[in-house]
Design a protein. Structure first.
Length: 51
């Protein structure tokens, strides 16, 4: 049972990581499009990366 819990934990962490990667990619694309127009967006992205 302990092994199962560890696997579930690992799987959950992996899922979160994948979600973060997708969100980061989307935000990066948005930043690249509007970075030259609004610099605050770049700061927001940095905060997101820190999360």
């Amino acid at each position: 049972m302990k092994k199962q819990t560890a696997f579930q934990r690992k799987h959950h962490n992996y899922e979160d990581e994948s979600e973060n990667k997708v969100s980061y990619k989307e935000k990066e694309n948005i930043s690249l499009e509007t970075d030259s127009n609004s610099k605050p967006l770049k700061a927001s992205r940095m905060v997101f990366v820190k999360k």
